[in-house]
Design a protein around this ligand. Structure first.
Ligand code: HEM
Ligand code: HEM
Length: 409
C-alpha cells in the first residue's frame, strides 16, 4: 500500500515541530529573556496544529485508506504554517483570516473520517474508527470556539465576560480531542483494528462525554449557577478518568508485551501512563479552578504546564514518534543509535520536566539558567529535535509503503 500522503503529513508535521522545540528551548533557558504572548501562542499552536494535528491527519489517512490525498495534505500544511505565523505576527486580523482558513481545513478532515459512516452507516466502523470520528468531532467543536475568539479579537471587540470561550476551547481540545484520537491510534498500533466491543463503546462514550461536558461547563460556568458550575467539571474529568482506565485495561496486556530495549512499540506503550498522568493532572487542575472561584491567579502555573506537556509531549509525541517508526518498517538504516537516545531522552526529559514544574513551579520569567527547568526541559527538547532530524532523513529515503498494522473496518 503506497501512502505518499501519510508520509507527507508526517514530514510537514516534523518540520513544524522544529519551531515548537526551538521556542521551547528558548523558553526553558530564558536565553533571550521571557517569551512574549505571541511567541508562547506560536509555541502552543505550532505544536498542537502543526505537529500533532498534521500527524493525526497522516494517521487518519493510514487508518481510513482510500485514494491518495497528497494535495489536500499539502494545502493543510500550508494553511497550518500560515496560521502559526499569524500567531507569531501578533496581527489580530491576520489571525482571524488564517484561523477561518484553518477551520475549513479541520472541517475537511472531519468530513473525511465521518463521511463513510454517513454513507454506509456507523455500524461499519470499528472501535478505532469511532474514536477517531468522535475525536475529530470534538476538534471541530473546539476549533470553532477558537475561531470565534479569533474573529471577536480580529474585529476589535473583546471577549464577553459572561462566557469563558478560551477556557472552553482549551479544555475541549486537550480533554476531548487529544484523549479520543490518542486512544484510537494507541489501540490500532498495539492491537490492530477490526473490533467492536461493548467495553470499547463504553470507553468511547465516557471519553466523548467527559470532554464535551468539561468544555460545556467551562464555557457556561456563569449561566449554570454555582452548584452545577462546581460539580460538572469535576464529574466530567471523572468520566474521562474512568474512560482512560479502560484504555489501560483494554490495551494493558499488549502494552506490557512490547520490547523496552528497541523498536517502535515502546513509544506507543508508554503513551498510556502519560495519558493517565495528564488526566489526573487535569482532575487536580479542575479542583483548583473550582476552589479559586474564577480567580485564575490562584491556579498553579506549574501544574497547568505539567498537564500541557503530559498531553503534548508524553502522550502525543510518543504516539506519533512510535507511529512514524512503525510506518518506516524496516527502513531504519540511518542513525540506528538515535532510537534509544530519542526514546529515553524524550521520556526521562519529559518526566523530569514535569516533576520540576510540580515541585518547584514554573520557570517562566526567571533569569537565564537560574531555574531547574533550564536544565531538564532541554533534555526533552534536544531529544525531540534528534527525533525530527532522524525521522525526516529516514522518511525522505522511504518508498512510502505503509505497512498494514492490521486492518480497520
Ligand atoms: C483552528 C484551530 C484553532 C484555533 C482557531 C485556535 C485559536 C485559539 C485562540 C484564539 C486562543 C486564545 C489566544 C489568546 O489568548 O489570545 C487559543 C488558545 C489555546 N488553544 Fe487554540 N486554536 C486552535 C487549535 C487548537 C488545538 C488543536 C489545540 C490543542 C490540541 C489548542 C489549544 C489551545 C490552548 C491550550 C490554548 C491556551 C489557553 C490559555 O492558556 O490561554 N488550540 N487558541
Ligand atoms: C507539541 C508540543 C508542545 C506544545 C503544544 C507545548 C505547549 C506549551 C504551552 C501551552 C506552554 C504554556 C505557555 C504559557 O506560558 O502560556 C508551554 C510552556 C513551555 N514549554 Fe512547551 N509545548 C510543546 C513542546 C515543548 C518542547 C519540545 C519543549 C522543549 C524544551 C517545551 C518547553 C516548554 C517550556 C520550558 C515551557 C515553560 C514551562 C514553565 O517553566 O512553566 N515545550 N508549552
Amino acid at each position: 500500500m503506497t501512502r505518499l500522503d501519510t508520509r507527507s503529513a508526517f514530514q510537514y508535521g516534523l518540520a513544524i515541530f522544529t519551531l515548537t522545540a526551538l521556542l521551547g528551548l528558548a523558553n526553558a533557558t530564558q536565553l533571550f529573556g521571557p517569551l512574549n504572548r505571541d511567541a508562547l501562542l506560536t509555541h502552543l499552536h505550532s505544536g498542537t496544529l502543526g505537529w500533532i494535528t498534521m500527524g493525526v491527519i497522516g494517521l487518519s489517512l493510514w487508518v481510513f485508506g482510500g485514494r491518495d490525498m497528497n494535495m489536500a495534505v499539502r494545502i493543510s500544511a500550508l494553511a497550518t504554517a500560515a496560521y502559526v505565523l499569524a500567531f507569531w505576527s501578533g496581527n489580530f486580523q491576520a489571525r482571524a483570516v488564517f484561523g477561518v482558513i484553518m477551520l475549513g481545513v479541520i472541517y475537511f478532515w472531519w468530513w473525511f473520517v465521518v463521511s463513510p459512516g454517513f454513507k454506509d452507516g456507523f455500524a461499519s466502523y470499528d472501535d478505532v474508527k469511532l474514536m477517531i470520528g468522535f475525536g475529530l468531532t470534538t476538534l471541530v467543536l473546539g476549533s470553532t470556539i477558537g475561531v470565534i475568539v479569533q474573529v471577536i479579537l480580529g474585529t476589535g471587540n473583546s471577549i464577553p465576560a459572561t462566557t469563558d470561550l478560551v477556557g472552553a476551547h482549551a479544555s475541549a481540545q486537550t480533554g476531548g480531542y487529544l484523549v479520543l484520537v490518542s486512544a484510537g491510534f494507541i489501540e490500532w498500533q498495539l492491537r490492530g483494528g477490526g473490533r467492536r466491543t461493548n467495553l470499547g463503546l463504553t470507553q468511547i462514550g465516557l471519553l466523548f462525554a467527559g470532554g464535551f461536558i468539561l468544555a460545556f461547563s467551562v464555557l457556561l460556568a456563569q449561566q449554570l449557577g454555582p452548584q452545577a458550575a462546581q460539580a460538572l467539571p469535576g464529574v466530567a474529568t471523572l468520566l474521562t478518568l474512568i474512560g482512560t482506565i479502560l484504555v489501560a485495561v483494554r490495551n494493558g496486556r499488549a502494552a506490557m508485551a512490547v520490547s523496552w530495549t528497541a523498536g517502535p512499540k515502546r513509544h506507543i506503550a508508554i503513551a498510556i501512563p502519560w495519558l493517565i498522568a495528564a488526566v489526573v493532572f487535569q482532575f487536580f487542575l479542575v479542583q483548583q479552578f473550582i476552589a479559586a472561584q474564577g480567580d485564575v491567579t490562584k491556579v498553579s502555573v506549574g501544574l497547568l504546564h505539567s498537564l500541557d506537556h503530559s498531553y503534548f509531549v508524553g502522550l502525543m509525541t510518543n504516539m506519533l514518534f512510535g507511529s512514524i517508526l512503525v510506518f518506516l518498517g524496516a527502513r531504519m538504516a540511518q542513525w540506528p543509535w538515535a532510537d534509544n537516545v530519542i526514546f529515553w531522552g524524550l521520556n526521562v526529559g519529559a518526566a523530569a520536566f514535569v516533576a520540576v514544574l510540580l515541585i518547584v513551579g514554573s520557570g517562566e520569567g526567571k533569569a537565564a539558567f537560574t531555574h531547574p527547568v533550564a536544565f531538564v526541559a532541554p533534555i526533552m527538547g534536544l531529544s525531540a529535535l534528534l527525533g525530527v532530524a532522524t525521522f525526516l532523513m529516514r522518511l525522505q529515503g522511504a518508498q512510502a509503503t505503509a505497512p498494514a498494522v492490521a486492518h480497520a473496518r
